[in-house]
Design a protein around this ligand. Structure first.
Ligand code: MEV
Length: 424
């Protein structure tokens, strides 16, 4: 069977599956079984999932969990999280509980503007294109009126359209830089539709439109979350040393990009898990957050720490363009449920919850790294995965979990213990 195909998207799901089986698996029926065991018996639900993307063959499960006991601005949340990393939810839950007895998390949205750009080339004099823009500006708003009508009713819409001269960096390059308020929607489709209408209206014989697209760099869609407490409340013993080391870990991430990337990866463990659970776009969030971390010209920590007059303060500032209406949020039954669990929040409230999840995750990572080391907790959480890979029965699993209660978990140690146990 050839390994290339044309007209594939028009095949039925079964035909697609059979084509893949014969072309890449020699018709191995085990593969078909693996894929089909994840098909949902509820056909309506399966159809819904099939239609999210093209060429769907099966469903790829990710665990959906909740991390309870988050207190944010005095309100209690159980935070929905979707992740495959074994320690993430456990860490979030522990940290949520820890800070709930120390005043909880405080969060605020600093700004919530989105950005879109029309990129174009113009070879004439700069003053001429600037004059043309001024003359056209009202029409650019006008041409989007049909698209923005509903958004304007909700208090959003286009906030500003400006022209930016970029010719110093690239010959003949200009942009229309447009700011939007998309209220509770992430607004990608809304923004892109507006941009394309604006580009059409703006284009003339001497303006060559290159592309029109929203920007995922949203430094003005920014949220801040923080925790603080007297240093002495951090731990019963060694509080001062703990706080100092914790602060040093952040100082290191601020000056050392190798560490900063891993540090921020830990932040994103929490952020992405909530983003996924609520049906938001984690790629947009990831790219925007990392660009923000590099805004000074070198890549730095997204979190910050201060110890002043005996008070430990730890905070995050992160751009988060999220939505609580539109897109997948209302379409995926579990995203819908996640948002209900959070009390049907506005986009701004969701920004605060997500930022808190990122801050909590970073707190857990730095606490472990600067005290016991990360592997102790990680490997304990990973133990059940390793036991499963070995094919242990439920009784054997229970035995191994108790056996490792007071022992260091390593892959070798687990294999050895399993082999010893099964030899008996
Ligand atoms: C692992 O997923 C995340 C950590 O590496 C983050 C960190 O090092 O800060 C533990």
């Amino acid at each position: 069977m050839p390994k290339t195909v044309s007209g594939f998207s028009k095949f039925s799901k079964e035909e697609k599956l059979q084509w893949m089986l014969t072309s890449f698996f020699n018709g191995d029926t085990r593969v078909e079984k693996t894929l089909k065991q994840y098909w949902n018996k509820n056909e309506v639900l399966q159809d819904l999932h099939d239609d999210f993307i093209e060429n769907t063959l099966s469903n790829f499960y990710m665990p959906f969990a909740i991390a309870p006991n988050f207190k944010i601005n005095g309100k209690d949340y159980a935070v929905p999280m979707v992740t495959e990393e074994s320690s993430v939810v456990a860490a979030a839950s522990l940290v949520a509980k820890f800070w709930s007895t120390r005043g909880g998390f405080k969060a605020e949205v600093i700004a919530s503007e989105k950005i879109g750009q029309v990129h174009f080339m113009y070879q004439g004099a700069t003053e001429d294109i600037l004059a043309y823009f001024e003359q056209k500006k009202a029409d650019l708003y006008k041409v989007t009126e049909g698209i923005t009508k509903n958004m304007r009713k909700r208090g959003g819409g286009i906030l500003d359209i400006e022209i930016r001269d970029k010719t110093a960096k690239l010959a003949n390059y200009y942009q229309l830089h447009i700011t939007f308020d998309t209220k509770d929607s992430m607004g990608a489709n809304f923004i892109n539709s507006c941009l394309e209408a604006i580009a059409n209206e703006f284009e003339n014989d001497s303006i060559s439109i290159v592309m029109s697209i929203l920007s995922n760099y949203v430094p003005n869609c920014l949220v801040r979350a923080e925790v603080s407490c007297p240093v002495s409340d951090l731990y019963a013993e060694n509080s001062v040393e703990f706080a100092e080391k914790f602060k040093q870990a952040i100082q290191i991430a601020d000056i050392e990009p190798h560490r900063a990337v891993t540090h921020n990866k830990g932040v994103m463990n929490g952020v992405d898990a909530v983003i996924l659970a609520t049906g938001n776009d984690f790629r947009a969030i990831e790219s925007g957050a990392h660009a923000y971390a590099a805004k000074s010209g070198s890549y730095k920590s997204l979190t910050h720490c201060e110890i002043k007059e005996g008070v430990f303060k730890f905070w995050i500032e992160i751009p988060l363009a999220v939505g609580t209406v539109g897109g997948l949020t209302g379409l995926h039954p579990l995203s819908k449920l996640s948002l209900e669990l959070l009390g049907s929040p506005s986009a701004q409230e969701l920004m605060m919850v997500v930022a808190v999840a990122g801050l909590a995750q970073n707190f857990a990572a730095l606490r472990a790294l600067t005290t016991t080391g990360i592997q102790k907790g990680h490997m304990k959480m990973h133990l059940t995965n390793m036991i499963k890979q070995l094919g242990a029965s439920p009784e054997e699993k229970q035995f191994l979990i108790s056996y490792f209660e007071n022992k260091t978990v390593t892959h070798n140690a687990v294999v050895e213990a399993y082999e010893k146990m099964t030899k008996v």
